[in-house]
Design a protein around this ligand. Structure first.
Ligand SMILES: Cc1cc2nc3c(=O)[nH]c(=O)nc-3n(C[C@H](O)[C@H](O)[C@H](O)COP(=O)(O)O)c2cc1C
Length: 137
């Protein structure tokens, strides 16, 4: 399958997590692209068989956590996804609040079937991501 991973990163942790996730996807036999929301082409990402969108966690550490505006705007720029499998992820320090379900709902509003949701406290792929990519077939 062609998997597209897209991320927003300010200081590099989410980028490193996304790059490690791409390696995990390739090790599971998929073709995988990994690009920032600033560089990714929405049409190309929409054309992948499965997609994964991640953001760093922005908030007040215990409340008001959310994905970045650039991440949500990128999701809004995607074509109709017609039930494609998708996942959301974030990196964070203390607590992620409701940001992942909100990202998932936004992707679902583009027609994705969000079947994975992952958070990492550091610059690495979350536990569970390997199972998700392997489940794509
Ligand atoms: C302005 C700001 C707000 C943040 N708010 C939160 C937060 O509400 N909850 C949390 O767990 N981490 C928070 N963090 C920590 C970042 O989400 C975390 O360090 C993340 O891994 C950074 O990713 P990046 O290196 O890709 O930019 C915040 C960081 C900054 C700079």
């Amino acid at each position: 399958m062609k998997v597209a991973i897209v991320f927003d990163s300010s200081t590099g942790r989410t980028r490193a997590a996304a790059e490690e996730m791409a390696e995990v996807a390739r090790a599971a036999g998929h073709e995988c692209t990994v690009r920032s929301v600033q560089d990714a082409d929405p049409a190309e990402v929409s054309a992948a068989d499965a997609l994964c969108v991640g953001s760093w966690c922005q908030g007040l550490f215990v409340v008001f956590q959310h994905a970045t505006t650039a991440t949500m705007d990128f999701i809004d720029s995607l074509d109709e996804l017609g039930g494609k499998p998708a996942a959301v992820f974030c990196t964070y320090k203390t607590a992620v609040g409701g940001m992942l379900p909100k990202m998932a709902a936004r992707l679902e509003s583009r027609g994705a079937d969000v079947t994975g949701s992952f958070k990492s406290r550091g610059p690495y792929a979350a536990e569970g991501f390997k199972d998700w990519v392997e489940s794509l077939g």
